[in-house]
Design a protein around this ligand. Structure first.
Ligand code: GLU
Length: 501
């Protein structure tokens, strides 16, 4: 019964994580994930004036904790699970990054993801260092109570080594974890330190609303992916970039495919469709759905949730890959190294938006650049999640909801302004009456609106800065983002006098 319940709970995202990595394995003859990220880093670094010793300082992780997490199983026996937490950089505190639960988690993956977090946070100028954690286990093999014990013990181990805390390291969700896991981590930390530290709620992000989460966090990564695509396709500041890559203006009528229909892929699709784009293909662990006339996003999501896969859905094709299908935009939103040297030559899309981390191998990146495909890199494209986590952390340490204090004042100040204008116009013989304006015009922003507009402005500003670097140094958008991020981290060390000089 418990197992059955757990099965129901296990998210589609967890399932796809294993399946995607499994079917990728047999063709995986390229450098590992960590080496791939290091290669991008080194390539970007060669376009900076930073000395090698300082580059090494920035690239290498500060500390990685590997632990054996004992968990009491329902049958009374103990199982030992290997867990990790990598503190990639202490240059800014707290550190921040997700917690991954998957059977293939290892130290290299965690360190690669933690390095990406440092770069991602620097790209969007969120003042945190990068971190990442993981538990090497298949959650489908654990009951809900067993899983709760794993998470609690993992949190205790992190606390024991001073690897967690609202001002030290603030874990968030990642593949295989969600609100429930974050709530358990928060509760464990709260139980330990709640009476000593009144900021304990800020110890993790991605929590449920009742546990101190923030509106908009679940869809934030997908929304960020959408904002990045919208910038490229619609904003005048990105016209040169569009022209350079032969991309036509406008979202309306553009076709797109998504690999991985979890939280990121589904939400990015939803926002794009709302603006008139057409979803034509979805790849899941058990095959693809492809229809050039469009796919009903909600219907497919419902089907996927109910059937734990896309097999049997209308327009289901047993192909394992969506990458060679005709479309304008491709969104890889599953696991690392999904786009590799084998499938990249067949890619037809002119724009790739990396919803997942490390989705493109070094060789694939080279092939796609030669084809003049524009790739919005992971450290910019999927930064919406951690940016929203930053808002949640701020909400928690400030002990207030974003719109609670400002909402009424915003409304009042707009009314005062309108009254003033009305009076002035009246004095000049122009009689107007603003009192009939709809309340919508003067109301203050809701929490969700503040989160979404904040996210848009942070991501769009970061994109503009990355674009500048890209132009100045004549490199790809990925290298532009890496250079921008590396130089930001370097600046932080320089200013603190903590260099190796
Ligand atoms: N897993 C998220 C990412 O890769 C970060 C989660 C968080 O700390 O908010 O960006």
């Amino acid at each position: 019964m418990i197992r059955k319940f757990l099965k129901m709970r296990s998210s589609i995202f967890q399932k796809q994580a294993f399946a995607f990595s499994a079917h990728q394995k047999h063709e995986d003859d390229e450098p590992g994930f960590l080496e791939t990220v290091h290669t991008f880093f080194k390539q970007a670094a060669s376009h900076t004036n930073i000395s090698q010793d300082k580059l090494d300082l920035i690239r290498c992780p500060d500390t990685t904790l590997k632990m054996s997490v004992p968990v009491l199983m329902d049958n009374g026996q103990y199982k030992i699970i290997t867990g990790f937490r990598c503190h990639h950089k202490h240059h800014r505190l707290p550190m921040k990054g997700g917690t991954r639960i998957a059977p293939n988690v290892d130290i290299e993956e965690v360190e690669a993801l933690a390095l990406l977090m440092t770069l991602k946070l620097a790209t969007v100028e969120v003042p945190f260092g990068g971190a990442k954690g993981g538990l090497c286990m298949d959650p489908k093999q654990f009951s809900k109570t067993e899983m709760e014990r794993v998470i609690r013990r993992y949190t205790l181990e992190l606390a024991k080594y001073n690897f967690i805390g609202p001002g030290i390291d603030v874990p968030g969700p990642d593949v295989g974890t969600g609100e429930w896991h974050m709530d358990i981590m928060k509760d464990t930390y709260h139980t330990l330190y709640g009476l000593h530290d009144f900021n304990v709620t800020a110890v993790v992000t991605g929590k449920s609303l009742v546990a101190g989460g923030i509106k908009g966090r679940p869809e934030s990564t997908g929304l960020g992916v959408y904002y990045c695509i919208r910038n490229v396709l619609e904003r005048k500041e990105f016209k040169e970039l569009r022209d350079k890559h032969g991309i036509t203006e406008g979202i309306k009528g553009k076709t797109f495919c998504v690999q991985g229909f979890g939280a990121v892929g589904y939400n990015a699709a939803k926002f794009l469709i709302e603006q008139g784009a057409k979803l034509v293909g979805v790849e899941e662990f058990d095959g693809c759905v492809y229809n050039p006339n469009g796919i009903d996003v909600e219907n497919l999501k419902k089907y996927l949730t109910k059937n734990k896969g896309v097999k049997g859905y209308t327009d289901f094709v047993a192909d394992k890959h969506i990458f060679d299908k005709q479309c304008d935009i491709l969104i890889p939103a599953a696991m690392e190294k999904a786009i590799n040297k084998h499938n990249s030559p067949g890619i037809k899309a002119k724009l790739i938006a990396e919803g997942g981390n490390g989705t493109t191998t070094f060789e694939a990146d080279r092939i796609l650049n030669n084809k003049n495909v524009l790739i919005i890199p992971d450290i910019l494209c999927n930064a919406g999640g951690v940016t929203c986590s930053y808002f949640e952390w701020l909400k928690n340490i400030e002990h207030k909801q974003p719109g609670r204090l400002t909402m009424e004042w915003e409304k009042k100040s707009k009314l005062i302004l309108l009254e003033g204008i009305q009076k002035k116009l009246g004095e000049n013989g122009m009689k107007v009456d603003f009192s009939s304006l709809a309340p919508e015009v003067t109301r203050g922003g809701t929490d969700l609106e503040l989160v979404q507009t904040g996210l848009d402005s942070i991501l769009t500003n970061a994109f503009l800065k990355v674009q500048n670097v890209t132009k100045e140094r004549n490199v790809s958008l990925r290298l532009g983002a890496y250079i921008w991020a590396i130089e930001r981290v370097h600046l932080c060390y320089e200013n603190a006098g903590l260099t190796l000089k």
